[in-house]
Design a protein around this ligand. Structure first.
Ligand code: GLA
Length: 757
């Protein structure tokens, strides 16, 4: 990993073993983009990449020189005007009403490691040798606004982290109207754009379209990153698949409103922008003040989408997720939500916990309904003290009872919200986000607290702190169940209302930071009506997130598959729930529900009092299986093999770092009659290694050899044929709809091919 500045040519080259990023100071003093892609040799001059040609119809800044126009060069942090007609990266409104800026290069700094982003989540370095940062300083003489462009390159990953800081060193206030985290001008548009979109209960479905002339974009205007579109985009070459070809992934480390946009201009180049959504955003920068954008992590690979995802997974696992739980296998939990909803007593909870303990489950999570007057979604939010009618000994007492059962104890909160019917709202009706004189929308009967105001965050912190200090709680599920629509804070003046969406999310980050500092051993799981805030920003605070309120195993294939493009498997919260499923009404086999949920942080969300002894025995085995393999499942190298978005069969696998163990998940939605013989080609194994195929779940579902060499498994494939093949059942286990299998592969160097497992 190195960052080189070639003084003569005024060119910066950032490179490591897999990527190169080249930036030039342009003839007009602005910063230009020359190259981003696979690693190339360093040389003193790449200015041949800055191609100029006479273009009379363009606007050119140098009188008499028709060859240079900002509209035709590739830029690093573009402004509108001065001949560039594309959407800009930055726009600053000035006292005289102008939005023109002229950010010219001043100087640079190369820093070992990676500085923190104050108040914001960001990737971090652990030593001076695992990352290096280039900071380019630009200055607009007329306004006195200084821009700092930051680029961090990591030694081990084909990744760059980019962010921007603006400082007003002038004498009058200015207003930032847009400040993107990344602006990347690519030389062509031969890309497919992949976005991860959906809605509540069907988050992060992958949608692919070809980049076309004009603008294509996704965004959130809802105050959270949203169910609708995830702040993660892939640009890939049309031929790129999971194992081959070029792809660039863009992940915004942010949980609020965002914009991701590609503009293909008339000469076929592509400008990619990603950052805070400019709609409803305006930030007043008084003299001496500064504004820090969120960070965008950009990964490049020439080895297909799996490689891109693995880079994100590894980078986020080791340089974004922090603290005690970062590298630790996560507890197997039982959550009472789908078991009881609001209808529970302490005895009921303890009975479920007792049964869970018998199955080997480690953590009991008490979901919504334990506080204030909360017996339905209509009341109680904001009153973070135990409902003594339900929990006579409070949270402290219940936590102790759980501990006596041998279970750890976790608790649900929704700290950012308040019901109208609550003590908190009655005491502070003005603490909600609302626009004076306008009606204020409810969502799920709740209002959004004004987290832009420090005193509101302080109050919630104190309430939570007291509870957590007094009781033995080892896990928190932090929920956020509605979008923000009337975003106005009565505490801020009119010309600062454009700041509230961002200030809100800074308040959320602030509360998280204080809580994890005070209670570093508590495991946080983020949630927002399922997966509305499954983003890289929250991974900095909560190492895992509830992927979706949809717990149906078949839907989960798509949700988890889509989530895996960016987010580590250890961060994806999955539960086995009841059948028929509560969201879909679909009945799926218990083994399939677990076989899907294993690939993530694993738990149960059903009433263990309502299951048969036989099912309980199966659950006991599932829990034992998860305990045996959870490090491999949560921290192995993950490969997507077959997409649920493309066919009836989904498959994925995870391989240990040393290549000696692997777990393969195979899932078929609908059964077939008289179908073909099938094989599944695996990936990431050691070709020379002989692997035993054992621990198959369900145990009677495999009819292939007891072991194969890595090269056989990767080239010929693992046998997945079952009784759906051919005409009669020959005594094999009957295959069915929603069927699935897990295969454990274990290196067995001493054994020869064809031996039995
Ligand atoms: C949201 C969450 C659920 C559950 C409920 C409780 O919908 O996503 O998992 O916690 O809230 O109200």
């Amino acid at each position: 990993m190195e960052i080189v500045f070639h003084k003569e040519s005024k060119i910066f080259h950032l490179f490591n073993q897999s990527i190169s990023y080249i930036i030039a100071v342009l003839p007009d003093g602005h910063i230009g983009q020359l190259y981003f892609g696979g690693r190339i040799h360093d040389r003193a001059d790449f200015s041949y990449l800055l191609e100029l040609a006479p273009r009379d119809m363009a606007s050119y800044p140098f009188t008499g020189d028709r060859t240079f126009s900002r509209g035709h060069v590739k830029q690093e942090y573009a402004v509108y005007g001065s001949g560039d007609y594309r959407y800009p990266a930055v726009s600053v409104l000035q006292e005289n009403g102008s939005r023109l800026s002229d950010f010219c290069y001043e100087s640079y700094e190369i820093i070992s490691g990676k500085p923190e982003l104050r108040g914001l989540p960001a990737t971090y370095s652990e030593s001076d040798s695992d990352a290096e940062t280039l900071v380019l300083k630009l200055y607009d003489t007329l306004t006195g606004v200084r821009v700092f462009l930051s680029y961090t390159i990591f030694s081990q990953f084909g990744a760059l982290a980019r962010s921007v800081r603006l400082v007003n060193e002038g004498s009058v206030s200015v207003y930032i109207e847009r400040a993107m985290s990344v602006c990347l001008d690519l030389p062509d548009h031969d890309y497919d754009w992949i976005q991860f979109s959906g809605a509540w209960a069907r988050e992060r479905t992958a949608y692919t379209r070809k980049l076309e002339f004009g603008i294509q974009a996704v965004n959130s205007t809802r105050g959270h990153s949203s169910h609708e579109h995830n702040p993660f985009i892939i640009l890939k070459r049309p031929v790129t698949d999971e194992f081959h070809g070029e792809a660039i992934g863009f992940s915004l480390v942010y949980s609020g409103n965002f914009l991701a946009q590609a503009e293909v201009e008339s000469h076929g180049t592509t400008r990619f922008l990603m950052g805070i959504e400019p709609f409803n955003f305006q930030w007043k920068l008084e003299p001496g003040e500064e504004f820090q954008t969120p960070e965008c992590v950009v990964v490049y690979t020439s080895e297909g989408l799996n490689k891109m995802s693995q880079s994100f997974h590894r980078l986020y696992q080791t340089h974004l997720i922090r603290g005690y739980w970062r590298d630790r296998p996560r507890p197997i939990l039982i959550n009472n939500w789908e078991a009881t909803y609001f209808d529970f007593t302490e005895e009921k909870l303890l009975r479920i916990a007792g049964k869970a303990k018998e199955c080997g489950i480690e953590l009991f999570v008490l979901d919504d309904g334990w506080f204030g007057s909360r017996c339905s979604s209509r009341s109680g939010l904001g009153d973070w003290y135990a409902n003594r009618e339900r929990l006579p000994d409070g949270i402290k007492g219940l936590a102790e009872k759980m501990e006596n059962l041998g279970m750890r104890f976790g608790l649900w909160f929704e700290p950012e919200m308040v019901n109208e019917d609550s003590e908190l709202y009655r005491a502070h009706p003005d603490w909600i986000l609302h626009t004076p004189g306008r009606s204020c929308c409810h969502g799920r009967y709740q209002y959004v607290l004004d987290f832009a105001r420090p005193e509101v965050v302080d109050y919630i912190y104190d309430r939570m702190y007291q509870l957590l200090k007094d009781s033995h709680i080892s896990y928190i599920k932090w929920d956020m169940n509605r979008s923000i629509t009337e975003c106005y804070s009565i505490e801020f003046p009119p010309d600062r209302q454009g700041e509230i969406f961002h200030r809100y999310i800074l308040g959320v980050y602030n509360l998280y930071e204080r809580l994890i500092s005070a209670f570093p051993h508590i495991l946080f799981e983020s949630c927002a009506s399922g997966g509305a805030r499954f983003d890289a920003g929250l991974l900095y605070y909560a190492p895992q997130g509830w992927a979706s309120d949809n717990t149906d195993a078949v839907c989960r294939l798509g949700i988890q598959y889509g989530t895996s493009y960016c987010y580590p498997i250890s961060s994806i919260g999955n539960h086995v729930s009841a059948s028929p499923n509560h969201q879909l009404g679909r009945s799926t086999p218990l083994w399939t529900r677990a076989n899907v949920a294993y690939f993530g942080t694993f738990g149960y969300e059903l009433d263990l009092e309502k299951i048969s002894e036989e099912e309980k025995e199966i659950i006991r085995k599932q829990v034992a299986f998860m305990k045996k393999h959870r490090s491999l499942l949560q921290f192995g190298l993950f490969y997507r093999l077959k997409s649920p978005f493309e066919g009836n069969v989904t498959a994925w696998m995870t391989v240990s770092d040393d290549g000696r163990e692997a777990l393969v998940g195979w899932y078929r939605v609908l059964n077939e009659a008289n179908g073909p013989f099938t094989r599944l080609r695996l990936a990431g194994l050691n070709a020379e290694q002989y692997y035993e195929i054992c621990d198959v779940m369900p145990s009677d579902s495999y009819f292939g050899p007891s072991g194969q060499y890595g090269d056989e498994l990767m080239n010929m494939g693992l046998i997945t044929s079952d009784s759906s093949c051919g005409q009669f059942s020959d005594g094999r286990r009957q295959s069915c709809d929603f069927d699935s299998r897990i295969f454990y592969l274990k290196a067995c160097p001493e054994r020869m091919k064809d031996s039995t497992c």
